[in-house]
Design a protein around this ligand. Sequence first.
Ligand code: PHE
Ligand code: ZN
Ligand code: ZN
Length: 510
Amino acid sequence: MKRPGLLAALAAVAGVGAALDYGAPDPESQAPLAVGGKRRLVSSELLQDAISGEKLFARAKELYEIAKLGEEEYNRPTRVIGSEGHLGTLLYIHSALADLGDYYNLSSQSFPAVVGNVFESRLVIADRLAESAEPMSLTPPTEYREPVSGDVVLVENDGCDLTDYPAHVRGNIALVRRGTCSFGKKSGNAGKSGAVAAVIYNHESGTVHGTLGQPSPDHVATFGLSREEADGVIARLRRGESVDATAFVDAEVKTVETHNLVAQTAAGDPENCVMLGGHSDSVADGPGINDDGSGSLSLVEVAAQLARFDVRNCVRFAWWAAEEEGLLGSDFYVASLSPEENRRIRVFMDFDMLASPNFAYQVYNATNDAHPVGSQELRDLYVRWYEARGLPYTFIPFDGRSDYDGFIRHGIPAGGIATGAEGVKTEEEAALFGGRAGEWYDPCYHQLCDDLSNVNVTAWEINTKLVAHAVAHFAVSFEGFPERSDAVVADDGAGTYGQRVRYHGSRLFV
Ligand code: PHE
Ligand code: ZN
Ligand code: ZN
């Protein structure tokens, strides 16, 4: 953990500090509930009572102003890593916590994040524009950032083995079926075989929103393609016809230094920590007020309110960076823990998107069979809370789409709640939660319109009270919660916890 990286980065951004006026800390919310000069022990009720939607929304307004710092460079409000909007977000979180005096020990962790930008792309097959073609995240450009042409060559099997690639792939465009191994592996195999581009077609309906993952010099420009569009091409190739294609990708893959922020209570048993996190970054396309302004600000507000109380166990808050680039910050953090530090984390709770406008109350369906022991107890804690309030909830897959992934792969029990991204609300859910069936939970997911009008403050307040409940619960005691196991060896996704994991962040990788 080092701070100079972040502070130097913040200092280097002319105007970030000046553009932000946080105002004086609210004296009422800062006043400790002291008993005889000492803070009283936190309770779920007291901490929940301190949470209000109004305060959360006031923070969202500040965050939107911060996102505007990204406008100069990106022509739109954004808090994407590397932008002034993101640095402003880090500064905002840092100063909100620093205002609480020495209640928390603050640290930042700098790490290099690989970022891809596709400026322009096109795939033309047999003189027709492939409508479903989508460049994969972290794709390299085509050679000289110019169009490349060649025959489409069908790769055998799933293209996971170099022997699947016929010799005449060289200088041509490899067409590979999705499945078995990662898109990155296929792109690398195509590159090693001399292909000038690769197209990975879906084995189910629709296109593939994929990522190549960790860049490799073997990768070639790679597109995802729908099964529907691939079918016709494959039929022609199987009949022995030749099909030509032109691929064009103008893109860059670069490394950006960015920062996780961590705040840990000075009080409480440091051998037994409850940890929780949200992500401080947004996508480049918008300000990310719901994704994940909502989760990040819930954490800031809970951290601020918790500072009025004493805790028995340590509470550790994290704001991850580069979640949108593939969970990079949380992965980096967990991988950097020594086995002793790993075991100090009794449980990790993920809060990504708590205020979706067309929300459902979603609980990650984490179980002790498929995930580190304790994950299920955490799931049930959320369930009991909703049930006690007569609120409906649904289970959603715990399949690697957010920052809990690194934790479960390293043996740390985890879970969390959310309100939904690009999923479609069902009739049954509309009957339970209200809202509009047939529409996305968050119609502005990863878009410019994820702004102040894109949060449901009622859902946000409810969920932040649940965050407060979980924090207070574990801050007081881990009684009845399973001891940590010693299993801290990283799981690469092929093993114990990985079998059901198809995602790493918001994009498919296999
Ligand atoms: N992690 C996703 C994002 O930030 C959001 C998400 C979380 C989607 C959980 C589905 C389930 O874009
Ligand atoms: Zn996102
Ligand atoms: Zn998110």
